[in-house]
Design a protein around this ligand. Structure first.
Ligand code: ADP
Ligand code: MG
Length: 286
């Protein structure tokens, strides 16, 4: 971990009214590494991701009370995403930091073909002509191994399987060569075989592009498979951080030990929309 962090969250506190959703949160993401953010449902994983995208306050009562999110930009400068202007954030979102959500049907517009949406995103962020953006979109579909890519470009989202839609979202997210990809439970809604394929794919793409990945999951089986570093969250706080090796070998927090003891099979979330509480989470605080 000699590298300078790509993203450094420092003492971040976020409230919804009187409820503190993130309490004094600090952790770092390193270039080219996959960091898994794990913890029970409601622990603050999605709020963390949305804070980095600075989408957390959009249409909600959320207030960022304090803290910094330092990000190393493509041009070599450092920016605090908490203080950045809306204009700077528009520049960064989708361009330098991309996000893939759990259920891609809700993030794809049903009335446009998938190609239309990906091409538009590419045009918007890269200022390419329609023809150039089409070629780029096709290249991205092939990179995420969408079969018959040309045909899928002209398909509407509902015509595709969940796994295919997720590939489209990943293609869109990676089309602008982001330095950071945030994936919030990206495989939870998919069946086991497809989950394994998606994780393998994300790992390959990361090797090819050198992007950092923040992978939000409650599935420790997934973590063991793809993560380099782990951030364990519980009730709005970071409980512990470390490399996968350290945490699987010597988890210090009782809560982390409980998470590890409850390692579900890959795919055990299939058919569920929300992760369930882990056993033992009601025990006393560390
Ligand atoms: P998870 O770890 O499951 O992703 P979240 O980050 O979504 O958890 O949520 C953390 C806490 O913040 C939860 O208690 C949730 O109810 C609360 N929360 C999230 N979004 C909102 C919102 N828009 N308004 C009020 N409370 C919210
Ligand atoms: Mg969540």
């Amino acid at each position: 971990m000699a590298d300078k962090p790509l993203l450094s969250i420092r003492n971040l506190t976020v409230r919804f009214g009187t409820f503190t959703a993130l309490k004094d949160l600090s952790f770092d993401l390193y270039p080219g590494k996959t960091t898994a953010v794990v913890g029970e449902s409601g622990s603050g994983k999605s709020v963390t991701a949305l804070s980095v995208m600075r989408l957390v306050t959009l249409g909600t009562r959320a207030e960022i009370d304090s803290g910094e999110i330092l990000f190393q930009r493509k041009d070599g400068s450092e920016i605090d995403l908490i203080k950045a202007s809306e204009r700077e954030m528009r520049d960064i979102r989708g361009n330098e930091i991309s996000m893939v959500f759990q259920e891609p049907l809700t993030s794809l517009n049903p009335v446009y073909t998938t190609g239309n949406q990906v091409i538009e995103a590419i045009q918007l962020h890269q200022g390419l002509s329609k023809q150039e953006a089409y070629s780029k979109a096709l290249e991205m579909y092939e990179m995420v191994r969408i079969p018959r890519a040309e045909k899928v470009l002209s398909d509407y989202p509902h015509q595709l399987s969940g796994g295919m839609r997720q590939r489209v979202m990943i293609a869109m997210a990676l089309s602008c060569d982001p330095k950071l990809l945030i994936a919030d439970e990206p495989t939870t809604a998919l069946d086991v075989t497809i989950q394994a394929q998606m994780l393998g794919l994300m790992k390959d793409l990361q090797d090819q592009t050198g992007a950092s990945v923040m992978l939000i999951t409650h599935d420790m089986g997934v973590v063991a498979e793809v993560a380099d570093d782990i951030v364990v969250m519980k009730r709005s706080r970071v409980v512990e951080t470390g490399t996968v090796y350290d945490i699987f070998e010597k988890p210090t927090a009782k809560y982390t030990q409980a998470l590890l003891a409850s390692i579900p099979r890959l795919g055990s979330m299939t058919g569920k929309t929300e992760p369930e509480l882990f056993d033992l989470v009601q025990e006393e605080d560390e």
